[in-house]
Design a protein around this ligand. Structure first.
Ligand code: HEM
Length: 395
């Protein structure tokens, strides 16, 4: 009997372990010890992602926070169900229109270039520590207006806040401390912004009025709700994009033929990014809580039970993808599950895709091949964000 324990995974021995559940053919896996269910097949994950009425996000989306703790956290949109989630999403979407995302392109390119030039000139650097983890935070900073001088602090504290201790479902004291520091920082940031609303997504949120839950009275967003958005952009937005960049850096090195093709034609970066998202989704699972009993594969999950939708497994389901463990940039991926699916589908997906394309376009202007020092790569130990925290490279 497989004991899949998301709190005890050894990512160095086995970086992307969620699909083992699928390989061992547990379409519906139950962990009695930790009291959760897991759906592993592509079709089931897609269906459950669309059925928000049954698979609620209101109890939180990661196993470490039970619904009772989620109630005490800032009101993140990602932990909401409609109608509030729909109203807030409509508002915040204004910050991510195709026009808005396109308008960030030149700024991203300039930042990527400025970061990469001196690093490449050195002959070796850490792709994640010195580049991939810096750029997405700089982009979020531009999007919301965090001062440049605060970006390193936000980045470091966000990583500390998400870091967990292997083998334990407890939140480490350093993570709690970092979370508290960020909350205080964001609260002050939001209160300052209220005095002079900026012309960006935060300004739009500050000015907006949203119908209350009864659907009648119009209300401004509270400080708590604004802090939750700032926190979500600063952590979810930055951390996951870092992992995608790192994964591609590693994959390109493992697949020299793919790298050659991309060097010759950088328009292939788009399909390479989609394939990296499929093969190694930075967010390996999405947690939900059942609002009713559900029977599948001869077992009944009860109302109130927690279920994780294993994106990492679904993306390697051989019922959906031929030769699913292969990094194949020519395959077609009709539904990309790595950004979630359904009403909570990632708002930052177009931005993240653009960032990745621009970063590698600029990187490949400066570098035609590189080596990874595999003995010195490092991985994060976080709840459902998986990937590298360090990839030393040289040319
Ligand atoms: C490679 C990068 C990224 C990955 C893999 C990723 C992944 C995800 C996933 C899986 C979800 C759905 C969660 C669920 O269904 O429970 C999500 C939601 C979300 N993401 Fe991302 N994300 C990325 C980048 C970003 C960026 C750059 C931003 C913003 C600047 C962002 C903002 C959001 C927001 C606001 C939501 C919640 C949407 C809602 O609840 O309606 N993400 N993301």
């Amino acid at each position: 009997m497989l004991d899949f324990d998301p709190f005890s995974l050894d990512f160095h021995a086995d970086p992307y372990p969620t699909y083992k559940i699928l390989r061992d053919d547990y379409p519906l896996y139950h962990n009695e010890r930790l009291n959760f269910w897991a759906l592993s097949r592509y079709e089931d994950v897609v269906k459950a992602s669309l059925d928000w009425e049954t698979y609620s996000s209101a109890g939180g989306t990661s196993l470490e926070f039970p619904p009772s703790v989620v109630k005490m956290l800032p009101p993140y949109i990602i932990y909401m169900d409609p109608p509030r989630q729909v109203r807030l999403r409509k508002l915040v979407s204004k910050g991510f229109t195709p026009r808005r995302v396109a308008s960030l392109e030149e700024g991203i390119r300039e930042t990527a270039r400025d970061l990469l030039k001196p690093l490449v000139a050195r002959g070796s650097f850490d792709f994640v520590k010195e580049f991939a983890s810096v750029l997405p935070m700089a982009v979020i900073g531009k999007l919301i207006g965090f001062p440049d001088s605060d970006l390193d602090m936000i980045r470091e504290k966000s990583a500390d806040m998400l870091t967990r201790t292997p083998g334990s479902s407890e939140i480490p004291p350093e993570a709690a401390k970092a979370g508290y520091k960020l909350l205080k920082y964001y609260l002050n940031f939001v209160q300052e912004a209220r005095k002079n609303p900026p012309d960006n997504v935060l300004g739009a949120l500050l000015e907006a009025e949203v119908a209350d839950d009864a659907g009648g009275q119009l209300e401004k967003l509270t400080d708590d709700e604004l802090v939750a958005f700032a926190m979500l952009f600063g952590t979810a937005g930055a951390e996951t994009a870092v992992k995608l960049l790192g994964n591609l850096c590693a994959l390109f090195q493992e697949e020299p033929d793919v790298l050659q093709r991309i060097m010759a034609d950088t328009s292939l970066l788009k399909s390479a990014t989609e394939e990296a998202l499929r093969l190694l989704p930075p967010s390996q699972y999405q947690g939900r809580t059942l609002t009713r009993d559900v029977t599948m594969y001869g077992k009944t999950m009860r109302e109130g039970d927690r279920v994780i939708l294993l994106t990492g497994a679904a993306c390697r389901d051989e019922r959906e993808y031929e030769n699913p463990d292969k990094f194949d940039i020519d395959r077609s991926i009709p539904i990309s599950l790595a950004f979630g699916h359904g009403i909570h589908k990632c708002l930052g997906a177009p931005l993240a895709r653009n960032e990745v394309r621009i970063c590698f376009e600029e990187f490949f202007k400066l570098v035609s091949s590189y080596k990874i020092d595999h003995d010195k790569t490092e991985r994060v130990f976080m709840s459902n964000v998986h990937g590298y925290s360090g990839i030393p490279i040289s040319f």
